[in-house]
Design a binder for this molecule. Structure first.
Ligand code: GRF
Length: 191
């Protein structure tokens, strides 16, 4: 499986995929890292791992590049641009996003702050296929994290991030091994 990872920032989730691949724990290969932001630190991580990088600001350019490389899976790992309906439809059930909350709670930006402000006792992270909505697609994996007394956005974000790294690798691995079947809005995980 050929994987493209789209990032906008520091790229710690990308790093977890790079590490998994290096350790032989990923059935797929990251063939390109694309960023809409030339300053994204994740680009440095890709360079260090000898993965080709592209800074592309327009969706059409991204689309062209993915086709040119014959990409099977697009992983959004902290990619801040909203993708168009057309882009998503063209890659139905082949784009995965990771989000730092237990969806469908706290969609969109600053999910960890939203959880703290709301006063929930538990939050976490979710991987899901991307559909036309924002953070609304079929859920693949979720992991809960407890919100303790005196929890701050920073401490919660760190706890969630540690789970994200494990979950993203697991999710990509399931996809690459063709274990994910989408039925309506549910994802069945094959044994
Ligand atoms: C993560 O919290 C991810 O869930 C969200 O954006 C953040 C990206 O972090 N979509 P990083 O760039 O992978 O370190």
């Amino acid at each position: 499986m050929k994987i493209a990872t789209l990032i906008s920032g520091r790229g710690t989730n990308l790093q977890s995929l790079i590490d998994a691949e290096k350790e032989g724990k990923l059935s797929g290969k990251i063939v390109v890292v694309i960023s809409d932001n030339s300053e994204a630190y994740g680009l440095e991580r890709a360079k260090k791992a000898f993965i080709p990088i592209e800074v592309l600001k327009e969706e059409e350019e991204i689309s062209r590049k993915l086709k040119e490389l014959g990409v099977d899976l697009v992983v959004l790992a902290g990619f801040m641009k909203i993708l168009s309906e057309e882009f998503v439809k063209e890659r139905k059930n082949a784009i995965i996003n990771i989000h730092p909350s237990l969806l469908p709670s706290f969609k969109g930006l600053n999910a960890q702050k939203q959880a703290i402000d709301y006063g929930v006792r538990v939050s976490g992270c979710t991987t899901h296929f991307v559909d036309e909505g924002m953070d609304t697609g079929p859920i693949i994996l979720q992991k809960e994290v407890e919100i303790e007394k005196n929890e701050t956005v920073e401490t919660l974000s760190n706890k969630i991030l540690a789970e994200e790294h494990k979950m993203l690798v697991k999710t990509v691995e399931l996809f690459c091994n063709e274990k994910l079947i989408v039925e309506g809005r549910k994802v069945i995980i094959k044994e």
